[in-house]
Write a protein that binds this ligand. Structure first.
Ligand SMILES: *Cc1c(COP(=O)(O)O)cnc(C)c1O
Length: 399
């Protein structure tokens, strides 16, 4: 019997919606691409995007910036992280997260991951005490939200400020509270592989007037902060405007124009991602030796990628699964691979940070497979993909 082959492309996103293309063309025709190059009666696309995003997540203030990494860096600077400071973060995340910490010459302290693929709250509590760190850069890696109520209790009790990396959770929520709205700052990315696509871009939200005033000054506002429409009043800037360095990282009107119609579509896109996610999940459930990640009821997910655990599998067996799937058109990432590959890397390859030992994270990553679910796939595709993965896992385990 011939084996099923999948022919879809795992990195092919949908085209930019026509309304966004029209808005982008209008910005180009106007010549006013810089956010502060406004005209009478026109606040500009960036200011509008900030208002709309703030409203979408229920934040008082929003700042649009050049990337998700920039948003995290601005948040770290705004809360006062400086050279040599320790910052708690996830051991299981992607390179821009420890990179943002290293970029302010601070030191990442990695916290273990659990089998639910969320930050280990007991380890967090212990490391908050042991390290004396007063900031957590919390990565909702691959869209998995931990018990955010308990996390905030732990961090509040330990005097730890929380900055949320929501690159994979834009549109998600914990017990109805949008991701990015538990901590002091929420950081989002609008890079092509995230939930809104402007090629590059980022968003930062907070309810704290002083923190947002600092972030706006940092982003390169000069003294034009009154052109922001999702910003605190001018008084909030009086304390910070002379002492906050300009670390330019603004968003431009072209990207904002591309993003606004996509933001309006986000809830519908989330429903489409989740239909793909649930189809793959169903197809993989009850596969001997393979564990789907059961998502808590409190979590509103955005299934733009899916992860499974193959506990106790050997390195050569998991490599055989990845190779077998690839030969049949299904691109999996193995987070336990010793060498960083493309976007995937493990904490021990971030060698600018001090070496740390995370035995639980090692154990979990050794059996962790990951797959993107672009919206160019159909639910039928999702079922075919699940069938192929199931088959290859069973084959590898039998060998
Ligand atoms: C993509 C990503 C970021 C940063 O986004 P950029 O816009 O590429 O800087 C942050 N955290 C995680 C987990 C990411 O995957």
């Amino acid at each position: 019997m011939s084996k099923t082959i999948f022919t879809g492309n795992f990195t092919q996103q949908e085209p930019i919606p026509e309304a966004a293309i029209d808005a982008a063309v209008a910005v180009m025709r106007s010549g006013r691409l810089h956010r502060y190059n406004t005209a009478p009666g026109d606040d500009g696309e960036v200011a509008h995007l900030e208002q709309e995003f703030a409203e979408a997540v229920g934040a008082k203030y929003c700042l649009a910036v050049a990337s998700g990494g920039y948003a995290m860096g601005a948040a770290l600077r705004a809360v006062g992280v400086g050279p040599g400071d320790k910052v708690l973060t996830n051991g299981f995340t992607l390179a821009p997260v420890p990179g943002a910490i290293a970029a302010v010459n601070a030191v990442p302290i990695y916290v273990e991951v659990t089998d639910a693929l969320t930050i280990d709250l007991d380890d967090l509590s212990a490391k908050a005490k042991a390290s004396g760190a007063n900031v957590l850069l919390l990565s909702h890696m691959r869209g998995h939200l931990c018990d955010m109520d308990r996390l905030m209790e732990i961090c509040d009790a330990a005097g730890v400020m929380v900055i949320e990396d929501c690159a994979h959770t834009m549109g998600g929520a914990w017990r109805g509270v949008p991701s990015g709205r538990h901590g002091l700052f929420g950081c989002y990315s609008t890079q092509t592989y995230k939930h809104l696509n402007s090629g590059e871009g980022g968003l930062l939200v907070t309810d704290d007037a002083l923190m947002m005033a600092k972030a706006i000054m940092l982003s390169g506002s000069y003294m034009l902060f009154e052109r922001h429409k999702a910003a605190p009043p001018a008084e909030a800037f009086s304390q910070v405007k002379y002492v906050t360095p300009n670390v330019s990282g603004r968003m431009d009107n072209l990207r904002a124009a591309i993003l606004r119609p996509q933001l309006a579509d986000l809830p519908a896109q989330v429903a489409r991602w989740n239909a793909l996610y649930r189809a793959v999940e169903e197809g993989l459930r009850n596969t001997p030796g393979l564990q789907v990640i059961e998502r808590p009821e409190e979590e509103s997910i955005v299934g733009s990628s899916i992860q499974v655990l193959v506990p106790g599998i050997s390195a050569s067996q998991i490599e055989a699964v990845v190779a077998g799937c690839l030969a049949r058109g299904v691109e999996l990432k193995w987070f336990g691979a010793p060498e960083p590959v493309a976007f995937t890397s493990r904490y021990d390859s971030w060698r600018y940070a001090p070496a740390q030992s995370l035995p639980e994270t090692d154990r979990i990553l050794a059996g962790l497979l990951d797959m993107r679910l672009p919206l160019t796939f159909s639910v039928e595709d999702a079922a075919v993909i699940a069938e192929i993965i199931r088959d290859e896992v069973l084959t590898a385990r039998a060998d």
